[in-house]
Design a protein around this ligand. Structure first.
Ligand code: IMP
Length: 429
């Protein structure tokens, strides 16, 4: 297996955690390169369910090196709570199998406070963020006022940067929003203590993975969120603040883009979205309600009910194309067993004119109309199926139609949350 990437091909929550856990078997390194604790990657191992927010999903496999790259917006408290939770459950985590970039940006308390105040301020224009401080942290990074994990290791480096940041942020929090300010001394002491706990894990991880790659090791890049939440190519401004797909790897992990051997887009057999923003194939009626119920569509990070709708072939074709997907992995196919009729959004039109593919920013996605194709459901349980040949003919026809519309080979199907509920279709893992 060459070095490869897994990315979300929709709006996140596509079931990446399980697929990464599966592909991690063949990898030496598993690397997160963007996002932060806004992600929630769920992996079910036997009777145990693990929800990972920051630590790469490879941590559940002994012998893999898990890397948090420089592009991650890292909340030290969230990472350490996750680490403690894993240790309590008997998962081995130490400085050998978890590596954190010294250049990853730190999420402080003021970032979370600003995230929620800014959402309140926006009112109806709110994004519906996860409230994890992601946007404000990346804003500081771009404004060059951020603090990096390496800075937490030296009081002389942290103190002036934190002081300058808090002076400005407190003016915003106290003067504009009339909320209690954040105390510099308390923050300095607490974040230095958090830095001390992180010290054994911190290093130049970009250099480590480049050396490992040269030595023939295999790297698996774990994208978080989804390509339609990408800061540049997603449904702006209803997006997250990072490059969620393959474009984020070079910047967020220090790994050359031309060395990425393959990219697997992950898409549910239908579609979900949390937070605000356009969702062309959303089903506001019984179909959407039933998809939420059958798919247990509630956020792994915030517990929010997800908006539900049908597979959007136009948007998925776009996300696979822009990320250079070499394969598509379709998850939650089993959820569709409960439906007599399945819908696929096959194309978009605007003012009665058919659009050629996904519109680039110029046409408001809220305004477009979707043309659907209806397919008869297969109406039987497929959670025990492990081979493509054993799937009901109507399920095969549905998958083949998705493949044809998206124009990317569907290389694997997932038919349940367990590790082994997989149907390989070209990609063995
Ligand atoms: P933020 O990343 O918390 O700033 O949220 C921005 C938007 O991205 C909101 O609509 C969130 O609901 C969405 N979002 C962020 N992370 C995830 C995720 O892991 N899964 C699904 N949606 C997400």
């Amino acid at each position: 297996m060459p070095s490869e990437c897994v990315f979300g091909a929709q709006w996140g929550d596509e079931g990446k955690g399980k697929i990464i856990d599966r592909l991690a078997v063949g990898a030496d390194y598993v690397v997160r390169y963007q996002g932060g604790a806004n992600a929630g990657h769920t992996v079910v191992v036997g009777d145990e369910k693990f929800v990972l927010h920051l630590i790469p999903s490879g941590i559940l496999h002994p012998g893999k090196v898990n890397v948090v790259g420089n592009g991650v917006a890292l909340d030290p408290q969230a990472l350490l709570s996750e680490l403690d939770g894993l240790l309590e459950r008997g998962v081995k985590v130490n400085g050998d199998n978890l590596r954190i970039s010294a250049s990853a940006h730190v999420i402080f308390d003021h970032h979370r406070v600003m995230d929620s105040l800014s959402e309140k301020w926006k009112g109806d224009g709110r994004i519906g963020t996860t409230g994890r401080g992601i946007g404000p942290c990346y804003s500081d990074k771009a404004a060059r006022t951020g603090v990096r994990i390496g800075d937490l290791l030296e009081a002389e480096r942290l103190a002036p940067r934190l002081k300058a940041a808090l002076a400005e942020k407190n003016a915003w929090i106290v003067d504009l929003h009339k909320q209690a300010g954040i105390d510099f001394d308390e923050q300095l002491e607490r974040f230095l203590a958090l830095g001390e706990r992180l010290r054994p894990f911190v290093g130049d991880v970009g250099g480590e993975i480049r050396r490992a790659h040269k030595a023939g090791k295999t790297i698996l890049f774990e994208g978080a969120q989804g390509a339609l939440l990408d800061i540049d190519h997603g449904t702006y401004p209803y997006v997250t603040s990072s490059n969620t797909g393959t474009a984020g790897i070079a910047a967020g992990a220090g790994f050359p883009a031309n060395q990425i051997g393959g990219a697997y887009g992950i898409a549910k057999a239908y579609c979900t979205r949390v937070g605000e923003g356009p969702f062309p194939t959303e089903d506001h009626g019984d179909g959407g309600y039933k998809l939420r119920k059958e798919g247990n569509e509630y956020g792994a990070t915030t517990g929010r009910p997800r908006r539900c709708g049908w597979f959007d072939a136009t948007a998925t074709q776009f996300t696979c194309e822009i990320n250079g997907a070499t394969g598509l992995i379709v998850t939650n196919l089993d959820v569709l067993s409960a439906f007599d009729t399945l819908r696929i959004g096959v194309s978009y039109s605007s003012n009665g004119v058919n659009l050629d593919g996904y519109p680039a920013g110029l046409i408001d996605l809220e305004e477009i109309e979707v043309e659907y194709e209806d397919h008869e459901g297969w109406g039987e349980d497929i959670t025990m199926v492990r081979k493509w040949e054993d799937l009901p003919a109507k399920a095969k026809a549905y998958v083949e139609r998705l493949e044809e519309l998206v124009g990317t080979p569907i290389v694997m199907l997932s038919v349940g949350p367990e590790r082994d509920q997989i149907i390989p279709r070209g990609l063995e893992a």
